[in-house]
Design a protein around this ligand. Structure first.
Ligand code: CUA
Length: 313
């Protein structure tokens, strides 16, 4: 099986260029003939119409040529499709979870990230699904675009090629922040990748709690600087007054540890409801992670890296 990047990308490009070329040639011919007929059969020239019985040569040509063109299109399309669907058996596997509105990548060994890190010149197979609605994983550079569907597994593969970065986009409209559901494929040398997988070097500048918030997709909708994205900003989120409705009665509560933990784990609970009913629960967040996040909120979100909360991001 051929498994180099140029091959799969090349085959998709061949199919595209062939269809584009044929379409362009036909457009050009039809336009030219139309213009010629306008001139040749104008009222001024007043041609005498004639009856034509048939023309075996013309009829054969206009049947055979389009049939050959359609077969050629099929051949280019089919070989390109096969190149995209047949992941090499030695592919590295990465799990992809789409959610509103970010991507989560899970590697062999359990490490997760919001950007896709891969070593150089490696075939990578992505096993994909979605946590909420249909998204579409799209990397133009690798010519791959595959829907991620809740309750269903889909896949795509590419060869990572040389060290570089490529854009990842969401190509299926999925709500408010669809246009911002962006990420990167980060291709690095094998040694750098191994080191990253082991130590998390690439993200080490950020505080642990922020990495946790990114891991659960919180940062897709909440800012740190006071600006409103979808949900309220994390700036000053701690210790302010909010009005909640409990058993039909309004009352004011402080956003303390208890309140915020509830809001994170169970955002539809009555005590926090009405606050934001678009929020998905981060119900897999562990107690240690919650504690680290609370400390981060309470301490005014100091951006220095703090002691280990044990979170893998
Ligand atoms: Cu996810 Cu659009």
């Amino acid at each position: 099986m051929e498994n180099n990047l140029v091959d799969a990308v090349g085959k998709v490009d061949q199919a595209f260029l062939f269809i584009f070329g044929v379409s362009f040639a036909i457009l050009f011919l039809i336009t030219a003939v139309t213009l010629w007929f306008l001139f040749r059969y104008s009222k001024k020239r007043n041609p005498v119409p004639s009856d034509i019985e048939g023309n075996v040569i013309a009829e054969t040509l206009w049947t055979v040529i389009p049939t050959l063109i359609v077969f050629a299109m099929f051949w280019y399309g089919w070989t390109g499709y096969k190149a995209l669907r047949e992941a090499p058996a030695d592919s590295m596997i990465v799990k992809v979870d789409a959610r509103m509105w970010s991507w989560k990548f899970t590697y062999d060994g359990g490490r997760t990230s919001d950007r896709l890190y891969v070593p150089e010149n490696t075939p990578v197979k992505l096993d994909m699904t979605s946590a909420d609605v249909i998204h579409s994983f799209y990397v133009p550079a690798f010519r791959i675009k595959m829907d991620t569907v809740p309750g269903m597994q889909t896949y795509a593969w590419f060869n990572s090629g040389e060290a570089a970065q490529y854009d990842i986009l969401c190509a299926e409209y999925c709500g408010t922040r669809h246009a911002y559901m962006l990420s990167k494929v980060v291709v690095v040398p094998q040694e750098e990748y191994n080191k990253w997988l082991e130590t998390g070097e690439a993200d080490s500048e950020k505080p642990e709690a922020l990495l946790i918030l990114e891991k659960y997709g919180c940062m897709d909708c909440h800012s740190l600087d006071g600006s409103e994205i979808v949900g309220p900003s994390f700036k000053d989120i701690y210790g302010r007054d909010v009005t909640v409705t409990e058993n039909g009665n309004e009352r004011t509560v402080k956003t303390d540890d208890e309140y915020l933990k509830k809001a994170i784990k169970e955002p539809s609970a009555e005590i926090v409801k009405g606050y934001d009913d678009m929020m998905p629960p981060a119900d897999e967040m562990s107690d240690e992670e919650l504690t680290a996040v609370m400390e981060f909120f309470r301490g005014g979100m100091v951006m220095e890296k703090k002691g280990a909360a044990g979170a893998k991001v």
